[in-house]
Design a protein around this ligand. Structure first.
Ligand code: KG4
Ligand code: ZN
Length: 349
């Protein structure tokens, strides 16, 4: 089954062509139109601007994905249509006006080309992104229980996956998402947006133990997270200390990054041990963080657990992961009604 996938839930306009066969998936193309420059001066995503840019970009990004997947067809929409079996699109969760752009584009194509439509939960997209270019060979991995930590700009969720399609939310953030904390701390430190890559770059020159950060909820009995306190601590440090020097920023960045990683690793490993799960998936934009990957690998080795990360290209938002999740849904014969599928800001697992 060859799927054209579309993703516009936040600030990346994505389109991809993915092929699924049995338990395996293959990515033919994965086009992303980034909006980082637009949102950079605001230090975060501005929904109205994101939606406008999606509307401007969506057709050319879809065209790019199709041309890359079928290079010999030279923009011929009819031949593209013949080669596509279904259209997958993120319909939740996300910024509603951003989601609507991709959803309406997907519906229009599905209607015009008479193709089935598959609405995809963006977070399932992040989970199943590990099926391409990671250590996980195929979807039979999900026949056994696993644990997923989804860490992005909008989400920090610990999901127990009993099997494909059967989820249990074990915990989530009570305030800021981990990526949001990175973005806000970067803004306080006058580092560019997105904050995650900027902080991890600054942290290379810093000492992770230079500042003691509050490790909120580390010892709480549940698997919830809280990152607002660490961010406020960064603000207080910046106010108190003599600011501006490079070591000053580097030390705060390194201490901040270490604290976020420590909490994410400790809580996730505790949840895995508590539920006797052997395999952990760490996914979403923040999973690109090198220190986080390192700390997870170290902790998992000690506890004899397996950690799986998406490739760096698939860590952040992209349409290929929506195509993969869409394929798995289509394989279970779950298609959506073109005239009824709605964009939703939140989802129920
Ligand atoms: O998954 P994603 O692309 O979009 C959402 O669904 O939110 O995640 C974006 C988030 C941003 O907050 C960004 O700062 C963070 O991922 N991020 C990182 C890194 N790369 C991106 N955070 C920490 N370290 C990184 N290397
Ligand atoms: Zn995402």
């Amino acid at each position: 089954m060859t799927i054209l996938a579309i993703e516009t839930s936040c600030d990346e306009t994505g389109a991809a062509v993915v092929e699924g066969c049995g338990n395996r998936v293959k990515i033919f193309s994965n086009a992303v139109g980034s909006q980082i420059k637009i949102h950079q001066r605001y230090g975060g995503v501005v929904p109205e601007l994101a939606a406008r840019r999606h509307a401007e970009m969506i057709v050319s990004v879809i065209e790019k994905a199709l041309n890359q997947a079928f290079p010999n067809y030279d923009g011929d929409a009819q031949i593209f249509a013949k080669n596509i079996d279904a259209i997958a699109v993120t319909n939740a969760p996300g910024l509603i006006i951003a989601l609507l752009v991709g959803l309406e584009a997907a519906k229009s194509l599905a209607f015009a080309w008479s193709k089935p439509l598959i609405g995809v939960n963006h977070l399932e997209g992040h989970i199943y992104s590990v099926l391409a270019e990671s250590g996980i060979q195929d979807a039979s991995f999900f026949n056994s229980p696993s644990l997923a930590l989804i860490v992005s700009g909008g989400h920090t969720e610990l999901i127990l996956i009993h099997k494909y399609g059967d989820y249990q939310v074990l915990g989530r953030t009570r305030d800021d998402a981990a990526g949001e904390a990175f973005d806000k701390a970067a803004k306080i430190l006058s580092l560019p947006y997105p904050g995650g890559p900027a902080i991890s770059k600054a942290a290379i020159e810093g000492l992770a133990d230079a500042h003691k950060m509050p490790l909120a909820m580390l010892n709480s009995k549940d698997f919830d997270f809280s990152f607002a306190g660490i961010k406020t601590h960064v603000l207080n440090l910046v106010k108190e200390l003599k600011r501006g020097s490079v070591p000053f920023i580097a030390n705060i960045a390194a201490s901040f990054q270490e604290a976020i990683c420590d909490i994410l690793v400790a809580k996730t490993i505790a949840a895995a041990l508590h539920h006797r799960i052997k395999s952990i998936i760490i996914t979403g934009g923040v999973s690109a963080n090198a220190r986080l990957r390192e700390k997870f690998q170290e902790a998992a080795q000690i506890e004899n657990l397996n950690c799986h990360f998406p490739s760096l290209e698939l860590s952040g938002d992209n349409a290929a992961m929506i195509g993969i999740a869409g394929y798995l849904k289509a394989r279970s014969n779950k298609f959506d009604d073109i005239f009824k599928l709605k964009a939703m800001p939140k989802i129920k697992w």
